[in-house]
Structures are given as structure tokens and as C-alpha cells.
Design a protein around this ligand. Sequence first.
Ligand code: AP5
Ligand code: MG
Length: 195
Amino acid sequence: MRLLIMGAPGSGKGTQAARLASVVGIPAISTGDIFRANVAGETPLGRVAREYMDAGEYVPDQVTNAMVRDRLGEADCAAGFLLDGYPRTLQQVEELDAILAGGDQRLDGVVELVLDAQILVDRLLLRARDEGRTDDTPAVIQRRQEVYAEQTAPLLTEYAGRGLLHSIDADGSVEDVTTRLTAALGAIRAAVTGR
Ligand code: AP5
Ligand code: MG
């Protein structure tokens, strides 16, 4: 299964990706997590990414695309993957299409977590207290939501047009959302088997 999980910052992508990936038996790959590991390790990639992340802006496509291409080439991705936070721009969509086409592979489904704007912000403000992520300040949270609306929300139309999009209500408990996502996965699996 080759899957994407999309949704605005704070919608629960990371939380749900970890659960789904372990059920399906594929790696959950979060570009945000890879960037944060590089920032923490003070690598050259981390030094580039940091200024963008701390401002709530996207890391340039060229940098992000190269990183994802490398990651998807690793052995654990051979049987599938769940991408969290990639693609976020039309150029990234094109790059992912090219990576998959190069391996004679295709995307099986895209799940979108839908959540009211105020709940998104409240969740991130709560996380700021618990985890101290440097981009969880009120101003940067606001900017991340704007960038998502401007640059990433349009991708949902693209994937809907391809018949791949499953939009899920992300309100409620973590468990409730996982149950809804698992149902969507069942539909995706049925579509894959039927083609
Ligand atoms: P990234 O790390 O992907 O951050 P994000 O998109 O802002 O999303 P978050 O990780 O904040 O939220 P989430 O949807 O994963 O929710 P979570 O499960 O944590 O990206 C960070 C930065 O990296 C970007 O701004 C950019 O600079 C760069 N970047 C990454 N990818 C890029 C790309 N492709 N191109 C360019 N740049 C890129 O949940 C949020 C909180 O809510 C948690 O505390 C969680 O415990 C809680 N929660 C989850 N579910 C529930 C629930 N059901 N009820 C109550 N609380 C819940
Ligand atoms: Mg996340």
C-alpha cells in the first residue's frame, strides 16, 4: 500500500500515521520528523531547514524532494509507505509521481483529516506546553495554517480528481479517528484489489 495522509497542521497526521502504519505494516514517513532530526543533529540539511521551519514556511522543494527520493529508495519502502506531510506543493506532487513511475508503482490512496480551525490551533497550543516544538508559537502556528491553505489545500482537488481522496472527520478521540481511518483503508484496499 502506498498512501498519503494529509491535513492542516495539528489535524493529527503524525498521531494517526504511526497507528495506521503499524496496522498495515508499512513505514510512516514524516518529512517534518526527518527535518527535525536533522536540525537536532546539526547536519547541513538541518541548518538549511531550520530557518524555514521556525518561520512556518516550507523548506524549498528542491531540498525536500531530494530528501524524500532518498528515503523512498530505502529497502523498508519496497512494499509500501505512508507519507505524512509530503507532498505539500504541486511541484512535490510531480516529483512523487515521477519517483513512483520510475519504480513502476502508483499511489493507492490519500486520506485527509478534516478539523475545525479553532480546534487545530487549540491542539497545537496544548502541544507547545507539553513538547516545546519551536514552531508551536501562536504566530508561527497561524502562519503554518495560512501556508497550508495557500499551498497545500489545492492538492486535495488534484487527488480528488484522480479518485484517490478519502476525507475523514478528525474531531473526537484519537481512537475514534483511527476507527474512521481504518474504514477508509478498507475502501482503498478494496479498490486496489478490484483494479
Ligand atoms: P510537520 O512536522 O509536518 O508539521 P505540521 O504539518 O505543522 O503538522 P503537525 O506535525 O504540527 O501536526 P499533525 O497533523 O502531525 O498533528 P499531531 O498528530 O502532531 O512540518 C513542520 C515543518 O517542516 C513545516 O512547517 C515545514 O517547514 C517543514 N516541512 C515538512 N514537510 C515539508 C514539505 N513536504 N515541504 C516543505 N516543508 C516541509 O497532533 C497535534 C497535537 O494534537 C498533538 O499534541 C497530538 O497529541 C494532539 N492530538 C492528535 N489527535 C488528537 C485527538 N483526536 N484529540 C485530541 N488531541 C489530539
Ligand atoms: Mg506531524
